[in-house]
Write a protein that binds this ligand. Structure first.
Ligand SMILES: [Zn+2]
Length: 270
C-alpha cells in the first residue's frame, strides 16, 4: 500500500477520534463545567462552559486544539487534554493496524471496527469508570462479523470450522468469565466491575485460547504496574478504583494489531 493510503487511514482515524470525543463528552458532560450536553445525535458542538457553538475551523482534530492554545475561543476556559489524546490515539491505532496487515480485507476492516470501539472503551472507562452496555453490544456485533468473515472456504467446511472454532472460543470465554466472576464476588466488586467481566468474555471469545488468556494476563500486569506507580507517587491508595477495562482494551488492541508476531509466542502455550 502506498503512502497516500496510510495518510487516508490516519485522517479517517482522526475523524473517528473526533466523533468519539463527542460521544465521551456528551455521555455525562464535563464534570465541573456547567452546560448540560446535547443528546448524541442532536445539535452542533458547543463549549461546555459558555455554550457558544464551535465553528467548523475550530473542530479540526488535534490541530485546532493547539491553534486555540488549548482554550475555548469565546470564554477562554482550558479545554481537556483528552480531546487531542483521543484523536491521536484512534488515528495511531488504526494506522498501526493497517501497517501491520497490509492486505486490506473484510477481516482487517472488521478488526478496525473492533479496535476503534476498544479505543472508545479505554477513554470512557478512564473518564467515568464505566463501560456502557450499548458500546459492548456494538463490540459483540463487530466480533461476530469478524468471525464470519474469517473464512473463505466452501459452505460445509465453513459451517464445520465455524461451529468448531465457535464452540472452542465460547467454552474458553465462559471459563475465563467464570474465573473473573469469582474474583468479582470475592472482592465485592472492588477489583473489577461487571463491565470488565462482560469485556473479558468478549476478549476470550474474540482471541480464543491461548491468545485471549495471554491478553488478559498482560492486562492484569499492566494494571498492576500502573497501580504500583500511582501508589509510589502517592496519587492513589490500595483502595483507589482503577479503570481495569482500559487495560483490558489496550491489551486486546495490541493482540489484534500484532496478532502474527504474538502467535509465535503463543505456540509455547499450546
Ligand atoms: Zn467557552
Amino acid at each position: 500500500m502506498g503512502i497516500y493510503f496510510y495518510i487516508f487511514i490516519f485522517l479517517i482515524g482522526l475523524t473517528v477520534g473526533s466523533f468519539f470525543n463527542v460521544v465521551i463528552f456528551r455521555f455525562k458532560g464535563s464534570g465541573t463545567l456547567k452546560k448540560v450536553p446535547d443528546p448524541l445525535w442532536r445539535g452542533r458542538s458547543k463549549c461546555l462552559n459558555c455554550g457558544s457553538v464551535i465553528r467548523w475551523f475550530d473542530l479540526i482534530p488535534v490541530f485546532s486544539y493547539f491553534v486555540l492554545k488549548r482554550r475555548c475561543r469565546k470564554c477562554k476556559i482550558r479545554l481537556s487534554l483528552l480531546y487531542p489524546i483521543v484523536e491521536a490515539a484512534t488515528a495511531t491505532a488504526l494506522l498501526l493496524l493497517f501497517l501491520n496487515n497490509p492486505t486490506v480485507s473484510y477481516l482487517t476492516v472488521a478488526s478496525a471496527f473492533i479496535v476503534a470501539l476498544l479505543i472508545l472503551i479505554i477513554f470512557l472507562d478512564v473518564r467515568y469508570l464505566i463501560i456502557p452496555d450499548k458500546i459492548l453490544i456494538l463490540l459483540a456485533v463487530a466480533i461476530v462479523l469478524r468471525l464470519n468473515l474469517n473464512t473463505t472456504i466452501n459452505i460445509t467446511d465453513f459451517y464445520r470450522l465455524f461451529t468448531v472454532s465457535l464452540s472452542n472460543s465460547l467454552i474458553f470465554a465462559l471459563g475465563l468469565t467464570a474465573f473473573f466472576g469469582i474474583l468479582y464476588i470475592v472482592s465485592k466488586g472492588r477489583w473489577l466491575g461487571l463491565g470488565d467481566i462482560k469485556l473479558i468474555f468478549l476478549m476470550g471469545f474474540l482471541l480464543g485460547y491461548p491468545m485471549g488468556y495471554l491478553a488478559v494476563v498482560a492486562a492484569v500486569w499492566l494494571a498492576a504496574i500502573f497501580s504500583v506507580i500511582l501508589i509510589i507517587q502517592k496519587k492513589a491508595t490500595a483502595k483507589t478504583e482503577i479503570p481495569f477495562g482500559s487495560f483490558l482494551s489496550i491489551a486486546t488492541i495490541i493482540f489484534i494489531i500484532f496478532n502474527n508476531e504474538l502467535q509465535k509466542i503463543a505456540t509455547y502455550f499450546q
